[in-house]
Design a protein. Structure first.
Length: 144
C-alpha cells in the first residue's frame, strides 16, 4: 500500500469485520453471564456461576477489560485509528490477568478440559493476532 494514499487495503476491512463479529460475541457472553440470563447460562456447567461468583473483584475488572477492550479495538481498527493498538493491548492485559487468576484456583474439570481449553486457546490466539495485526497496520501507516 502506498502510504500517501487514503485508501485502506481490503484485508483491513475483512480482518476488522471478522474481529468485530468475534469480539461482539465476547461482549454478548460477558453481558449474558453477568446479567444471569438463565436461557443463555443453561448451556454451561452449573458450577460455572459458583466459580464466577467467587472471583475477586479485580478478576471481574480484568475480564471486562479483556472483553470491552477487544470490542473497542475492533471498532477502532475499522475506523483506522492508531488507538486500536492500545485497545487490543488493554484487552490482552485483561485476558492475561484473568487467565493468571484462573491458573491459581482449583477449577472444575468441566471448566478447564475439552472444549473449554480449546476455546481458551482460540481466544488467546485471536487476541495476540489482533494486537499484532493492529501493530503492523499502525507501523505501515494504515492506522492513523
Amino acid at each position: 500500500m502506498d502510504i500517501g494514499t487514503d485508501k485502506a487495503p481490503m484485508h483491513l476491512w475483512i480482518v476488522g469485520a471478522i474481529s468485530l463479529l468475534w469480539n461482539s460475541f465476547g461482549a454478548y457472553d460477558y453481558t449474558m453471564t453477568n446479567t444471569r440470563n438463565a436461557e443463555y447460562l443453561k448451556q454451561f456447567p452449573p458450577e460455572m456461576m459458583q466459580m464466577i461468583d467467587a472471583f475477586p473483584a479485580w478478576t471481574m475488572v480484568a475480564w471486562a477489560l479483556g472483553v470491552w477492550g477487544a470490542l473497542v479495538g475492533s471498532v477502532l481498527l475499522l475506523a483506522r485509528s492508531r488507538f486500536a493498538v492500545h485497545a487490543f493491548g488493554v484487552s490482552l492485559a485483561g485476558l492475561a490477568a484473568s487467565t493468571a487468576y484462573q491458573q491459581t484456583v482449583d477449577m472444575p474439570e468441566s471448566m478447564t478440559g475439552g472444549m473449554m481449553m480449546v476455546m481458551n486457546l482460540i481466544i488467546w490466539a485471536g487476541a495476540i493476532l489482533l494486537l499484532g495485526y493492529a501493530w503492523g497496520q499502525r507501523k505501515s501507516g494504515v492506522l492513523r
